[in-house]
Design a protein around this ligand. Structure first.
Ligand SMILES: Cc1cc2nc3c(=O)[nH]c(=O)nc-3n(C[C@H](O)[C@H](O)[C@H](O)COP(=O)(O)O)c2cc1C
Length: 224
């Protein structure tokens, strides 16, 4: 039947592959984790934080997200242990300088903020505007890395809270956190053990966010 010679360099035929599908089984535990995962409030994140190995594990999973052009348009700054209070003190000093009327009760607010969670991973966007890959594609990969980290942390038994407050928004503060020119903080992902499983929040009804494409132009075409 197959009399055709094998053409190693022939282009594949157009249309879908004619190869048989791999019928992969559902990853039930992954589906359940994605279903139940939700953020824990920062106040409810406690020790013990991830071990060095656990942290490396979750970061390595976060670093295997879709990444157009393999540009690695993201990186992670780990703030843990003593570094939390050290960075906190630097941020408090800058915050006080920027806000001369700051009440004394807020003098150490960023130290307290960083000391709440055992570990904070700062997600940094570092898109290359000169790359052929559009910057938008690169930035989207950063968000994907944040979500992958969040899921990996949850899969290892931790909970997270992804926040982006003044230390991530203010350029001087972001520099204290460790960003270089051209970089932008995409979030502080706080990681710890949850003290409780937080009640879920309402999730969007699918009709609000899902639609099937229909040809809108046909409406005007049909009208003479
Ligand atoms: C990039 C980004 C920044 C956020 N920054 C804040 C923030 O500064 N303050 C806040 O209350 N929530 C912030 N959130 C939302 C919290 O992470 C929130 O707890 C989360 O959306 C709860 O949803 P979940 O239970 O599905 O994780 C941010 C979320 C994202 C994705």
């Amino acid at each position: 039947m197959n009399h055709h010679p094998v053409h190693h360099h022939a282009a594949p035929p157009p249309g879908p592959s004619t190869e048989a599908p791999l019928m992969l089984p559902p990853a039930t535990e992954t589906l359940a984790l994605m279903q139940r995962r939700r953020s824990a409030p920062l106040r409810g994140l406690v020790e013990p934080g991830p071990t060095v190995e656990e942290l490396r594990h979750m970061l390595s999973l976060a670093a295997r997200v879709p990444d157009h052009g393999r540009l690695m348009p993201w990186r992670f700054i780990v703030v843990a242990g003593e570094a939390r209070a050290q960075l906190g003190a630097r941020l408090d000093a800058l915050y006080a300088a920027q806000n001369p009327d700051l009440p004394a009760s807020k003098a150490d607010m960023w130290t307290l903020y960083l000391k709440r969670a055992p570990v904070t991973v700062v997600l940094v966007a570092r898109p290359d505007p000169a790359a052929k890959v559009p910057e938008w594609n690169q930035v989207l990969s950063v968000g994907a890395a944040g979500m992958a980290l969040t899921l990996a942390a949850s899969a290892l038994g931790f909970a997270t809270q992804w926040l982006l407050k003044w230390p991530g928004r203010d350029p001087e503060a972001a520099a204290l956190v460790g960003t270089k020119p051209g970089e932008r903080i995409a979030g502080f992902i706080h990681i710890g053990r949850p003290v409780a499983i937080a009640e879920d929040r309402p999730r969007p009804a699918l009709d609000e966010v899902v639609s099937a494409w229909t040809d809108q132009s046909s409406i005007s075409k049909d009208t003479p």
